[in-house]
Design a protein around this ligand. Sequence first.
Ligand SMILES: Nc1nc2c(ncn2[C@@H]2O[C@H](COP(=O)(O)OP(=O)(O)O)[C@@H](O)[C@H]2O)c(=O)[nH]1
Ligand SMILES: [Mg+2]
Length: 379
Amino acid sequence: MKLKKFEGRTLQEALRKVHEDLGDDAVVLQTFSPTRRGLWRLFSRDRYVILAGKGFRVVPNSKAQPEAPGAALLRKVYGAEAPKLASANTAELSEIRRMIAELGEQVRHREMAGAPEELFQSYVSLLNANIGQKLAKSIVDRIGSKLAPDALRNRKVVDEAVRATVEDMIPVAAPAAWSKGRAKKVMLVGPTGVGKTTTIAKLAGNYAVKEGKDVALVTLDTYRIAATEQLRRIAELLDVPLAVVRTPEELRSALDEHARRDVVLVDTAGRSQKDGAKMDELAPFVQAAKADELHLVCAVTTHPDTLMDQVERFARYAVSHVILTKVDEAARFGLILDVLSRVKTGVSWVTTGQGIPQDIEPARRDRLAELILREARTA
Ligand SMILES: Nc1nc2c(ncn2[C@@H]2O[C@H](COP(=O)(O)OP(=O)(O)O)[C@@H](O)[C@H]2O)c(=O)[nH]1
Ligand SMILES: [Mg+2]
């Protein structure tokens, strides 16, 4: 750990130097104004000195402390005139840490510095809606290059351009075509608990009852867990066959058996997607199925980092569609765009509740853009 001295005419200026030098991990030990008495009256001094470093723990102020941290350095800098140091108390430290973090944000968004105010506002609200920085920047860049300077100053025009651009960026993937005499094989994969089985039940209900299709259900019992009960009840209710398969060979023969129906829906189960070995277990089933539609099921309630991690793990399969579940519960949809750009495919279905079979709808660009931007506006 090394302690360094940073100076500025304002506290912000000094903090900016701290941040530029030490980054987000900077720990501020002391701030003071050597020219005047009375430390810690933020914003009211004309010269600020900050002692900061990184790689140490902040210890709350304590009377027992013989000398404030940094005093030795100060003596070196100012000799006998060194101002006396009061140790920072924890509240002050956390306020300064917060300011450093804020400065960090400003530095990170420096590339937007020259943008017109309306565009910058759009950029910030896109970030607030959980759209990744790169995507948000590319959205406003596109608008910046499309609109005339006059239009760029008009909030309404900019908002509309943002909506149209986001809508453009949402790929919607149409279902595979029906073919007579050959079953369409639809397989759902995704992490545990995202709604795969529920969605299979909704699809089965809609295909069988609403569209009058000849439906069969298949589920993998790879982990010997009683995850098949839920689907068994649905199969009984709809009066459609359910095959429970344990190996890729069993899956292949179940698909062959139902090959002349209209559609076979294949449910899968998995433990944590972090479990590499379990992911490998799914691979031979995905290969054996040769699905016409391989849907990756994503719950939009998932934390962005976790969701991207999950998508990364399932991206190894030739995913043809993405199903977004729990849209009724999610607060932010911006990351949908990041997911779709990662798997390079479109959304097929959106599910909006636990109700079987009604809480599902085909994906529509305008509705998805609306969901994403509703959050951007209210943020
Ligand atoms: N709110 C809401 N809950 C859902 C939705 N889809 C599924 N669920 C619930 O999510 C939980 C897990 O669903 P399940 O189908 O068992 O997930 P699986 O492990 O992927 O098969 C259940 O409680 C479902 O009722 C949805 O669109 N909205
Ligand atoms: Mg399930």
